[in-house]
Design a protein around this ligand. Structure first.
Ligand SMILES: Nc1ncnc2c1ncn2[C@@H]1O[C@H](COP(=O)(O)OP(=O)(O)O)[C@@H](O)[C@H]1O
Ligand SMILES: N[C@@H](CCOP(=O)(O)O)C(=O)O
Length: 319
């Protein structure tokens, strides 16, 4: 159960009174969240989601509001936050920063089919076309600049072989990305796993949970998607899902030559990024609340599979 901050009906009634969103009918805590407190709020006019921010840098919340507003204005399927009658989106509730969102339709796909993969690739491609012009700025909090200092913190918990694997990988990324290949930049989701999407059947209802959102290499976002959406249980790439996502993505935004060169390395870097962030949660900085952490091993397996197999050929782009 992940309602870290309970709310009463009168608190929510008072909160809703600032918005043109109708009157409270029901309030339901959402068990699925892992970082923030989420409620489904039904009013006599619409279905909403109320998020209370439990952790993270609260001063970064205006960036997320601007990014979601921007993507919503460009007709991407994201929950554009509701603004009150004075135009303000971000408020405090029960002492926590709070945002109200439209409730988007659908469920998280566990085993996405090829139509869903195409939808996702198409939407991410559209998003990256518009996000290149997003004026905001937030450096990627999980890129190589983060890997470099943070990987030292977990080495002591790893077997000698895994220590070597992690150290060697970070050094290789430093050599490759340190020489700064010229990769297209823009705003990223930063964590676009299946459980941060909602599908209503084969229709993409929305992309949610933008709190890893940042600006940086667009390729980083795409590699996270492929490692989560197109990987089999043994960590190896699933060619059909891989091709469906990448063909649809590239129909919107073909990869540049520099991105094609960097692709195998970016798949490895983003796999290690999650191996490391999950190890940090398990060994170094466990959450205050009692939730089962994600399994770091899954991303070690993915990294080893990318090393053994390399990347699959990128599908041809139809001009
Ligand atoms: N706009 C939305 N529309 C529909 N469901 C949502 C929306 N936002 C969040 N949810 C639901 O709430 C759950 C938790 O939200 P999320 O932002 O992922 O929280 P956390 O960051 O704590 O993991 C999601 O898994 C999803 O089921
Ligand atoms: N989706 C991630 C969790 C978010 O990553 P973090 O670096 O913000 O902790 C996962 O599956 O590990």
């Amino acid at each position: 159960m992940a309602v870290f901050t309970p709310l009463t009906d009168p608190q929510v009634v008072e909160f809703l009174s600032r918005f043109d969103a109708g009157s409270l009918v029901s309030l339901e805590g959402v068990p699925a969240g892992t970082e923030n407190t989420t409620f489904f709020v039904t009013t006599d006019r619409r279905e909403l989601v109320l998020t209370l921010f439990e952790q993270g840098e609260h001063e970064e919340l205006p960036f997320f509001v601007e990014l979601l507003d921007y993507l919503d204005e460009h007709r991407l399927p994201v929950p554009g936050p509701l603004h009150d009658r004075d135009g303000v989106a971000l408020h405090a509730l029960a002492g926590k920063p709070a945002l109200l969102f439209p409730k988007l339709p659908g469920q998280h796909p566990k085993e996405p089919n090829l139509t869903q993969c195409r939808e996702l690739g198409d939407t991410l491609g559209r998003m990256h076309v518009v996000s290149r012009h997003f004026p905001g700025h937030r450096p990627n909090p999980r890129d190589l600049h983060w890997l470099l200092p943070m990987h030292h913190k977990v080495l002591v918990y790893l077997s000698p072989q895994d220590q070597t694997l992690m150290k060697d990988e970070v050094e290789i990324y430093q050599g490759f990305f340190g020489n700064a290949p010229d990769l297209p930049q823009g705003a990223l989701h930063g964590d676009l796993f299946r459980d941060n999407t909602l599908f209503d059947g084969d229709r993409l209802g929305g992309l949610i949970d933008f709190y890893n959102g940042c600006t940086g290499d667009l390729l980083f976002d795409l590699a996270i998607v492929i490692n989560d959406w197109a990987t089999d249980t043994d960590g190896r790439l699933d060619a059909a899902r891989h091709d469906a996502i990448l063909a649809a993505y590239q129909a919107r935004r073909p990869l540049t030559d520099a991105e094609r060169d960097a692709w195998p390395m970016m798949l490895r870097l983003t796999a290690l990024r999650y191996w490391l962030s999950r190890l940090l949660v398990v060994y170094v900085d466990p959450p205050a609340h009692d939730l089962t952490p994600h399994d770091p091993e899954q991303f070690r397996t993915i990294l080893k599979a990318r090393l053994a197999d390399g990347a699959l050929p990128l599908p041809e782009v139809n001009e």
